[in-house]
Ligand binder design. Structure first.
Ligand SMILES: NC(=O)c1ccc[n+]([C@@H]2O[C@H](COP(=O)([O-])OP(=O)(O)OC[C@H]3O[C@@H](n4cnc5c(N)ncnc54)[C@H](OP(=O)(O)O)[C@@H]3O)[C@@H](O)[C@H]2O)c1
Length: 218
């Protein structure tokens, strides 16, 4: 449990050996194989809520549901979307009875939202929702655990806020290469290697051809 917010935060990312989560054109399906993707569904099942950034919704249109797990329970879906850009037909809005929370900034234009009983719009007090504010709202809703599922900018924001309790990093034996393909974590303002975030690895598990590295920040 995070001492600042009460919410236990797990960051999950799937990336290639060169740290990429997508190609330069934004394609990211599929970085890892079946066994790793099944484990990722287990992580969703274990968490009260799952959160992504708006760019991930625009690029991948993920469902963010639990699939392929017996009696799997889908977590509440949360999207950080400062400018309320999320398309109405996005798959997160599927009518499966699971609450969906869109968190906008306080400058977001007014718009029509899908007519969905379980949809909640939260407006942050800032232009871009601040991670610690988001976590305090999540806590107020009674949610105790949160899975962060990308993308690169969202990972960086949560790591910079020092509120990530656990990292689940799926590593695929592939290389995408390129300067324009996204790494799993955006800018952390690291100037020298000495300033790099240090991880403590608790386990490395083989999942088919992929590896799952479970770690905490030191
Ligand atoms: N392989 C994988 O595991 C994986 C997983 C997920 C995504 N991806 C890939 O990652 C790419 C998208 O990543 P991305 O880095 O471009 O975008 P992202 O992290 O998905 O979304 C970032 C956007 O979220 C909004 N946002 C709102 N509050 C924020 C906050 N506090 N901190 C950061 N962002 C906040 C901002 O847009 P506004 O200002 O408009 O709100 C920001 O530009 C896609 O290509 C996708 O395919 C890969």
């Amino acid at each position: 449990m995070n001492k600042n917010t009460g919410v236990t935060v797990t960051l999950k990312a799937s990336f290639t050996l060169d740290g990429k989560i997508a190609t330069a054109s934004g394609n990211s399906k599929w970085i890892t194989g079946k066994a790793a993707r099944r484990k990722a569904h287990e992580l969703r099942h274990e968490n009260d809520a799952v959160l992504v950034g708006i760019n991930t919704v625009l690029a991948d249109d993920p469902e963010l549901t639990v699939r392929g797990i017996e009696e799997g329970r889908s977590p509440i879906r949360i999207v950080l979307d400062s400018k309320a850009r999320i398309p109405e037909q996005s798959r997160v809005f599927q009518n499966d009875g699971v609450p969906v929370i869109i968190i906008t900034g306080n400058q977001a234009p007014s718009r029509n939202w899908p007519e969905l009983a379980e949809l909640r719009i939260l407006t942050a007090p800032t232009g871009t929702p601040d991670v610690l504010w988001v976590l305090s709202e999540i806590w107020k809703l009674g949610l105790k655990s949160l899975l962060i599922e990308g993308g690169s900018l969202i990972h960086a924001s949560f790591l910079k806020s020092n509120c990530v309790d656990q990292l689940e990093l799926f590593l695929a034996p592939k290389i995408i290469g390129g300067q324009d393909s996204l790494s799993w974590c955006g800018d952390l303002n690291v100037g020298t290697v000495n300033e790099a975030s240090q991880l403590e690895i608790s386990s490395i598990t083989e999942l088919g051809v992929d590896l799952l590295i479970s770690a905490k920040l030191k």
